[in-house]
Design a protein around this ligand. Structure first.
Ligand code: GTQ
Length: 361
């Protein structure tokens, strides 16, 4: 019989601990590390993101966006953007772990010079009317609620020939491209690229339920690069008559590439949803952290559960982000609301990783 088992074990344990420590130091010199010390932080039972839920009221930040317009020109800044930085990942220029978002300002008469990069970008117009983006030799005039795509490695410059400032939300896959170490970029020799196609060409060619008869799919990105809000809104309005409301999403559509039926962008999924007046949504969560931008109406989103639940009251032009696997539900008590959103869902889906759950499961 052992007389002092606890003392014996303590001595043994501390001895073993010392041996292990010496061992870890030794193998470290061979660029090796013990998995068993870190395994449970690596392979976790469910997502536990550094990304935090966050909300930006447009009214609180609009003056600061306009102040940037007095401090630096679009040309000097190259892109005059205030990054929507997730408070859980300060200094990392990201709104979710995989995606970047920012609010870009273009004042009347300004040009944001032409460049291209492997990162894919979306623009979602928050305020203003009549500024333009040129992509691959075609200009598109932008209106509030329009969703515009800059595909990977296409020349793009932005300008504003209207008499009002324009602000749009940029969404890019910068962190994803950074994780994969495949960022390439270059500047066009001129501020503006030459235009080779008439305005509206892409939408006519690819966005009317038709495709050129010999169209071949050569890139995963949609050939339609401006999805006008006017059309999206009309689709939602017409569909509402069928009253097939989803308990979690109201009426939610995804933007697609008409040539493939896949998401409009390969790395970023984009969506528009209508929450009818009185909508009191069921709880939902998914593994793709999602950024929301409110186009019309007011409402609130309950984020998280139990004591940790937060209420995000939102209105037109506000932005909020829900991290991976955090439960939330949308409520629109006072009137119809229309909300745009984007996430890395297409990436998760193509890799067989995406999950969702509804209700309290
Ligand atoms: O418009 O090309 O917000 O390259 C960040 C990086 C916008 C753009 C951003 C960019 C752009």
């Amino acid at each position: 019989m052992t007389q002092h088992p606890s003392i014996d074990r303590t001595q043994t344990d501390s001895g073993v601990m010392q041996q292990r420590k010496a061992y870890y130091d030794r193998i470290g010199q061979h660029k090796l590390a013990p998995l068993w010390e870190v395994l449970h932080g690596l392979v976790i039972p469910q997502p536990k993101s550094a990304c935090q839920p966050a909300l930006w009221h447009y009214a609180d930040i609009r003056d600061e966006i306009m102040e940037a317009g007095r401090l630096i020109t679009a040309k000097e800044a190259e892109r005059r953007v205030l990054i929507l930085e997730n408070p859980g990942m300060p200094g990392q220029s990201r709104i979710t772990t995989s995606l970047y978002a920012g609010l870009q300002l273009i004042l009347p008469g300004e040009v944001a010079p032409s460049h291209r990069h492997t990162q894919s970008a979306l623009r979602f117009v928050v305020e203003g009317s009549g500024a333009f983006t040129a992509v691959d030799g075609e200009k598109t005039i932008m209106e509030e609620g329009d969703f515009i795509i800059t595909p990977s490695w296409t020349w793009h410059d932005h300008g504003n020939d209207s008499d009002r400032p324009m602000v749009w939300m940029d969404g890019l896959d910068i962190p994803l491209v950074q994780a994969l170490d495949c960022s390439f970029s270059e500047k066009f020799p001129e501020d503006s690229q030459p235009l080779s196609k008439p305005t509206g060409d892409s939408l006519a060619r690819y966005g009317a339920g038709l495709l050129p008869v010999d169209h071949e799919v050569t890139t995963p990105t949609s050939p339609v690069f401006n999805y006008p809000y006017r059309r999206t809104r009309e689709a939602l309005e017409t569909m509402r008559r069928a009253e097939q409301w989803d308990a979690c999403h109201g009426l939610k559509l995804q933007y697609v590439n008409p040539a493939t039926g896949q998401s409009a962008m390969p790395t970023i999924g984009t969506f528009m949803q209508l929450l009818p007046k009185g909508f009191d949504g069921a709880t939902y969560r998914s593994s793709d952290a999602t950024v929301f931008s409110v186009v019309e109406g007011t409402g609130h989103t309950m984020v998280g559960e139990g004591d940790a639940a937060q209420r995000f009251d939102w209105g037109k032009r506000d932005t909020f982000v829900i991290p991976s696997w955090v439960p939330y539900r949308h409520v629109a008590p006072d009137g119809d609301a229309v909300v745009f959103s984007f996430s890395d869902r297409p990436v998760q889906k193509v890799l067989g990783l995406w999950r969702e759950s509804r209700g309290n499961r």
